[in-house]
Design a protein. Structure first.
Length: 106
């Protein structure tokens, strides 16, 4: 087994973070991310920030208190991720509604 383990390809993992405006951010900054994509061996996993079981809305009244809120990153489908990113990019509430529905249906 040691021979096989030596020749297995190393797992490469890349994390891509996005801020509240759907812009890519540097992982070293202290800016809070609203969503992320983890790419591991050419497989993408999508995450969005949720608060109390619904997608986190940075434009809502509690949007500026993200450090005080109990939020977490939740794995979602690509479709739900795309709707959430469209909401962050356009601020059109139909997209966060679709992301919320997708979150419940995942």
């Amino acid at each position: 087994m040691k021979y096989v383990e030596k020749h297995l390809p190393a797992e490469e993992q890349t994390e891509i973070l996005f801020n509240k405006n759907a812009k890519r951010i540097n992982p070293d900054t202290k800016e809070q991310s609203c969503s992320k994509v983890i790419v591991k061996n050419d497989r993408e996993t999508y995450y969005i920030r949720v608060h109390q079981g619904v997608p986190y809305d940075p434009l809502h009244s509690y949007g500026k208190k993200v450090q005080d809120l109990e939020t977490k990153m939740m794995q979602v489908s690509k479709n739900t991720f795309d709707f959430y990113m469209m909401y962050l990019n356009t601020n059109n509430s139909i997209y966060i509604t679709r992301a919320r529905r997708g979150l419940f249906n995942d």
